[in-house]
Design a protein around this ligand. Structure first.
Ligand code: GDP
Ligand code: NAG
Ligand code: MG
Length: 431
């Protein structure tokens, strides 16, 4: 009798305990409702045209089962992360995202992201990739080309391709695009590096940096993989994108007949380009046919081409037209520069090279300032001027950091040359 009732009591206790546990699990797995938006002036909920919703990209609907599913996924993820990358760890399959309603394959441009990187750049380039995907590419799925003077290793490929929503390509650069041309006197080049090291010129003693600058100036756009595309967007490691990009910049470029674009501009370090303008003048004399009427020469020179004022677009960000870079106008320019040897006898950067070419061989209207692409590459920030713009585009940059209107920026000159109205509030950001 006593034994029987205590057994019943035990059963009851077990049952009660079990119910409590179940209740606890299910109530803790009920998804929290979204934090209600505080309506502010000028704030709009974006409609379904904005991009795929959670349902469309295959997310689970909130419900009792949801907790179980996510916790299983969490277990899987922790198992996966506890195993070395080389083994066949169970992985969450890459969801096949449908294109968002506003973007059909027809609207997709013939375009790719492009990144030059070393294997050791992996953990810095992934930060850039994540931001590009979050702010833009998750809705567009453009391809991404990676270029390297060495083969990419499997970790680099695995990690980057998992983050990118488009097709990824990994290519090794041929030796002749990353070495001294035979006409270069390597002894002279070595002495220059020693001198620059003593003068503490940034990257002044680096051989690889010079190969990099020459490659970005003359070869990235004619790698076989790049020949498949018309448009490129260059992305470097450790950059930030601070605002949502709510439209396709490639399409904008095409629709508005743009060929080259920038977000930051500044004066180049003179010691690295002492004779770059001399070579430019040789090119201008040899190839007057490439100099376009209505170009942006006035942005480069304050004395009609006699001297260079050192203004250049910062080329670690670029959206541009590859066919322009592959045109005789650009190639003739690069070849003149290459023959003159300044990539090795000085330390010419690809930024002034691209910039001078753009300013001479394009109409100034073909060069675009992407005000709405908020960007950081150490040590400069482009944070769009105007509070409402930054709120509407969910920006996370500090307007105080905006470099656009500072004394060392060439962007004010760009606005003046093109008679563009500066955004309200620009004067407060001057200093
Ligand atoms: N494959 C490869 N990429 C390089 C090398 N040096 C620089 N890069 C890449 O070239 C770009 C510019 O280099 P970075 O170090 O960012 O120069 P900075 O922005 O001028 O300071 C980045 O995308 C780098 O990842 C190199 O030796 N090999
Ligand atoms: C993309 O552009 C490249 C370069 O202009 C061209 O060769 C290629 O055929 C284009 N591809 C498509 C699908 O239009
Ligand atoms: Mg960089």
């Amino acid at each position: 009798m006593a034994a029987g009732s205590s057994r019943i009591l035990r059963y009851l206790l077990f049952a009660f305990f079990g119910v409590m546990v179940l209740y606890f699990i299910s109530s803790s797995s009920i998804p929290r409702p979204p934090i209600p938006a505080i309506p502010t002036e000028g704030f709009h909920w974006k409609g379904s045209t904005e991009g795929p919703t959670v349902d469309e990209v295959g997310g689970e609907k909130p419900g009792a089962l949801n907790g179980q599913i996510t916790s299983t996924a969490a277990v899987k993820a922790s198992v996966a992360s506890s195993q070395p990358l080389g083994t066949a760890a169970p992985m969450t399959p890459k969801p096949t995202l449908g294109l968002s309603p506003t973007v059909s394959t027809e609207g997709k441009m013939n375009a790719t992201f492009v990144t030059l990187a070393r294997n050791s750049d992996l953990w810095e380039i992934v930060k850039s990739i994540r931001q590009v995907e979050d702010r833009f590419n998750r809705n567009y799925h453009y391809d991404w080309v990676f270029l390297n003077d060495k083969p990419f290793d499997s970790t680099f490929k695995k990690v980057t391709s998992a983050l990118i929503s488009g097709t990824t390509h990994y290519e090794e650069i041929p030796e002749e695009h990353w070495s001294y041309p035979d006409f270069i006197d390597q002894e002279r080049a070595r002495k220059v590096r020693e001198e620059m090291a003593e003068k503490k010129i940034i990257y002044g003693d680096s051989v690889s940096y010079r190969h990099m600058c020459r490659f970005e100036s003359g070869f990235f756009f004619r790698q076989p993989i790049m020949n498949k595309f018309e448009w490129y967007w260059r992305v470097e490691p450790s950059i930030e994108l601070y605002c949502d990009i709510a439209y396709d910049p490639f399409k904008f470029m095409a629709d508005n007949k743009k060929k080259y674009s920038f977000v930051l501009s500044l004066y180049e370090y003179v010691e690295t380009i002492e004779t770059l303008w001399d070579s430019t003048k040789t090119y201008m004399q040899k190839h007057p046919e490439h100099l376009v009427k209505g170009n942006a020469m006035k942005w480069l020179s304050d004395d009609d081409g006699e001297s260079y004022n050192h203004c250049h677009f910062w080329s670690n960000f670029e959206i541009g037209n590859l066919n322009w870079l592959r045109s005789p106008a650009y190639i003739d320019f690069f070849e003149q520069l290459d023959k003159d040897g300044g990539f090795f006898y000085e330390r010419w950067g690809d930024a002034p090279v691209h910039s001078i070419a753009a300013a001479l061989t394009l109409k100034k209207e073909e060069i675009h300032f992407f005000n709405d692409i908020a960007y950081y590459h150490v040590p400069f920030t482009h944070c769009p001027t105007g509070d409402q713009f930054r709120l509407d585009h969910k920006c996370h940059c500090n307007p105080k950091d905006n470099f656009d209107w500072k004394g060392y920026s060439c962007t004010t000159r760009w606005f003046d040359l093109n008679k563009m109205a500066k955004p309200e509030g620009w004067e407060d950001e001057k200093n």
